[in-house]
Design a protein around this ligand. Structure first.
Ligand SMILES: [Zn+2]
Length: 353
């Protein structure tokens, strides 16, 4: 691919038209002129939508959008034959801020269409709107939560974001990681300096719950409901030593053996009467947990090794107990293949995720 600053004017006109109209389509086989020069992949309705769903990191999304805006500006100037010097070098803070605004305006325009129409007409939003209680105001195309604050500087009002949008999750994750993988309250407090996220606490909880480094440090080892008691533990007519042949013993030992059987019977009666009823209860693990499955990513707990150094592995085989639950697994690590009980495994990522 050649540098975009070296494209011919004719090719730029094709590209610039598409960019300025936000109608980027997949480059077709016939579109050889453009295809040879610039690789542009299939877009959704507009470029920003595509970018927003493509990235899984807020900083990368910001930078990519900022580069695209600079590129779009350059294309437009070339298309209009303006002799404007294009900015080169690293992105500036103001470019990143513009990119952030472009993304957030796009997110809000998808989720708060009716509210934006109302606010543009300077009328209050509907009473049943999700943001009605936040006393929203429109400032530079961004909806902000005025709430009970009163200040002339609208930048101090937090920007309202929906909880069920990919970009909002990226922002929450950015704050969580940037602050050193801190807990819910601290992440929420940090985001509220700039944003007001609808149902913020539950979104923060969800994002932290999916954080792999946090799972590696804090997620408990797997447990499963205990298996039912064995028949031999609960059926009275099968006490220990019932089927042991005594013919191997000589006559001198028979008396001794009868004594053993007597003691075993006493033990067994007391077992049935006094101890077995206490096993009826399930004080822990009252409900069955989801079983580990083939393909799951797990940490393998090792004695005398710090948790941060437990090896990562993929489950290649599961071994099911007589109650139908997985009790142990074959795990492939970067060094070897191990068989481990589930109580020595920590589930990080399910294979279905
Ligand atoms: Zn984390």
């Amino acid at each position: 691919m050649v540098k975009w600053s070296e494209l011919s004017l004719g090719r730029f006109k094709i590209l610039a038209t598409r960019l300025t109209q936000c109608e980027l389509q997949e480059v077709t086989e016939n579109d050889t002129e453009l295809k040879k020069e610039v690789a542009i992949h299939a877009m959704t309705n507009n470029t920003t939508d595509y970018l927003m769903n493509y990235f899984s990191d807020w900083t990368k999304l910001l930078r990519a959008t900022a580069w695209l805006i600079r590129f779009k500006f350059y294309c437009r100037q070339r298309y209009l034959n303006h002799q404007v010097q294009c900015r080169t070098g690293d992105l500036t803070l103001s470019e990143l801020k513009i990119a952030s605004n472009v993304i957030l305006v796009n997110v809000q325009s998808t989720y708060f269409k009716d509210e934006i129409i109302k606010l543009k007409k300077d009328t209050p939003v509907k009473k049943d709107s999700r943001i009605a209680s936040l006393n929203p105001v429109l400032d530079n195309e961004l909806i902000r939560a005025k709430g009970r604050l009163s200040t002339s500087n609208h930048d101090e009002y937090p920007i309202i974001l929906p909880d069920n949008h990919h970009v909002t999750s990226l922002i929450v994750r950015f704050y969580h990681e940037n602050q050193g993988h801190v807990g819910r309250q601290q992440v929420l407090a940090a985001t509220r300096m700039k944003y007001w996220i609808l149902k913020g606490p539950s979104l923060v909880k969800k994002v932290i719950g999916c954080c792999i480094p946090c799972k590696r440090q804090h997620r408990p080892l797997c447990v499963q409901q205990m298996a039912p008691l064995l028949d031999e533990q609960i059926i009275a007519d099968k006490p220990p030593f019932t089927f042991v042949g005594i013919d191997y013993f000589g006559p001198l030992l028979r008396r001794w053996w009868k004594q053993v059987q007597y003691l075993a019977n006493v033990f067994w009666r007391r077992w049935i009467r006094e101890y077995l009823p206490t096993l009826q209860m399930r004080p822990k693990w009252q409900r069955p947990n989801t079983d580990i499955r083939k393909g799951d990513i797990v940490l393998v707990a090792e004695v005398n090794v710090q948790r941060g150094q437990w090896p990562l592995g993929r489950v290649t085989e599961v071994k099911v107990g007589r109650d139908g639950h997985v009790r142990s697994c074959v795990v492939k690590t970067h060094k070897s293949e191990l068989v481990r009980p589930i109580t020595k495994l920590c589930l990080l990522e399910g294979s279905d995720l």
